[in-house]
Write a protein that binds this ligand. Structure first.
Ligand code: SF4
Length: 64
């Protein structure tokens, strides 16, 4: 079975940093602080990740 992956649509991301605040284990900001990135290659889908997805104002974090 394929593992669930987190995908960030960086086109839609507004760089608010909410996901980083809610779950810094998985989300970070790029070097110019404009877009969210994943800080781990094999993130665990925890409740904090789900919370970050729910609270993303642009709804640009997805589980696939
Ligand atoms: S919460 Fe959404 S819009 Fe804000 S930085 Fe994270 S991915 Fe981007």
């Amino acid at each position: 079975m394929k593992q669930t992956e987190i995908v960030i649509d960086t086109y839609l991301c507004n760089g608010c940093g909410s996901c980083v605040e809610l779950c810094p284990e998985v989300f970070g900001m790029d070097e110019i602080g404009e877009k969210a990135i994943l800080v781990t290659s094999e993130p665990e889908i925890t409740d904090k990740v789900r919370e970050a997805i729910i609270y993303c104002p642009e709804k640009c974090i997805e589980l696939i």
